[in-house]
Design a protein around this ligand. Structure first.
Ligand code: SAM
Ligand code: SF4
Length: 350
């Protein structure tokens, strides 16, 4: 559906848990109070929201968290989403720690691809940044996904201390597309906002030669997907997000830059976010949105099961349509004092 600014909203990011098995400094450095499973949406509730979303034009769903793989039955949740007519792609963002264990069941459930967050290849730095020593498991998870042909991309947050060269060399060696994300002043991230992606790209040019933006028109999108397809066995939509991809003269992998701060892309934003507790968020910066859990758990007075279901779907769809229509025009990261979102990234899902 189109929002009030004419943007077509097709992408729903769903956080399925507030819990995580890492403690990344810029996201969730400390233990958080457990909100209890009764406050977290059930799989049935998530499916209901996806069904309503699809009727409004959502075609792409990304599962995130917290760490999605710590939620029991994550593959079953994905299988259920896959079965909803109108859902074209389902992807996941994960820290990769549990990926070796679940890669096969995720693929079997119909997952189309994974973004694995990986900020360093240095064991000591990983432990200090993520609060746990799990780098080996993450690398092992990436291998496991590759082995079974589950497309992987790597996401690294552009921190001031980031060593991008080693990550690029690793991605090139493994033939995995890599993206750098500018640190956003959300939650603990405020303390770590770093250099711009343009500065980072200039630094990469010193090592990997001149870079050229990979440009395409909407009808050429497939060509780029094909570029990724040559690296993986299955096509994944490379253009569904805000990444701008570059080809460096000494590299064969595409390197993407998601420049939320220095390359504001709000005009083409196509996404909304669902928190694990059922709040539909319209923009990272603001607390504006709607509590869908309240609607899902409200009293229904239809005559029979089928009528109740239909009434609920209509209620959800109407509420979501009204909320999405009012999606804010743009983020205000450049004026953090105007931000109304007070939650940490772990609660929002990135
Ligand atoms: N646990 C999963 C993971 O780490 O991939 C999924 C949830 S995590 C919140 C999603 C993404 O948000 C990760 O790639 C993480 O690096 C990123 N992230 C967290 N805080 C951020 C911040 N302040 N600015 C930019 N990205 C951030
Ligand atoms: Fe956990 Fe992901 Fe946040 Fe790290 S970035 S603490 S892995 S949710």
């Amino acid at each position: 559906m189109l929002d009030q600014y004419g943007r077509n909203i097709t992408y729903l990011r769903i956080s399925i848990t507030d819990r995580c098995n890492l403690r990344c400094k810029y996201c969730m450095p400390n233990e958080v109070t457990d909100v209890g499973m009764k406050n977290i949406l059930t799989f049935e509730e998530i499916w209901e929201i996806v069904r309503a979303g699809v009727s409004l034009g959502i075609t792409h769903v990304r599962i995130t968290g917290g760490e999605p793989l710590v939620r029991k039955g994550c593959a079953d949740l994905i299988r259920g989403i896959r079965a909803i007519p109108g859902v074209e792609t389902i992807t996941m963002t994960t820290n990769g720690v549990l990926l070796r264990t679940y890669a096969a069941s995720l693929k079997d459930a119909g997952l189309d691809g994974l973004n694995v967050s990986l900020d360093t290849l240095d064991f000591e730095e990983f432990a200090s940044l993520a609060g746990r020593q799990n780098l080996k498991e993450v690398l092992d998870g990436i291998q496991a996904a590759k082995e079974i042909g589950l497309p992987v991309k790597i996401n690294a947050v552009n921190r001031k201390e980031l060593n991008p060269i080693s990550l690029v060399l690793y991605a090139q060696q493994e033939k995995i597309p890599l993206r750098f994300i500018e640190m956003m002043p959300v939650g603990y991230g405020k303390q770590y906002v770093g250099r711009s992606n343009d500065e980072l790209r200039a630094c990469l040019e010193d090592e990997f030669g001149k870079s050229e933006m990979i440009t395409y028109q909407a009808n050429q999108k497939k060509q780029i997907s094909h570029m990724v397809q040559t690296l993986h066995t299955k096509e994944v939509p490379i253009g569904s997000g805000p990444a701008v991809y570059y080809k460096f003269s000494k590299l064969t992998i595409p390197v993407g830059f998601i420049s939320a701060i220095h390359g504001k892309f709000c005009e083409s934003c196509n996404r909304v976010r669902l928190t694990a507790q059922g709040y539909l968020k319209l923009c990272l910066c603001y607390d504006k949105g709607i509590d869908l859990r309240q609607i899902l758990r409200g009293e229904e007075t239809g005559q029979n099961e089928k009528n109740i279901q239909k009434a609920l779907n209509e209620k959800l769809t109407t509420a979501m349509r009204a909320a999405i229509y009012k999606k804010p025009a743009a983020h205000c990261f450049e004026h953090p004092e105007e931000m109304t979102e007070i939650n940490e990234m772990v609660k929002i899902g990135g």
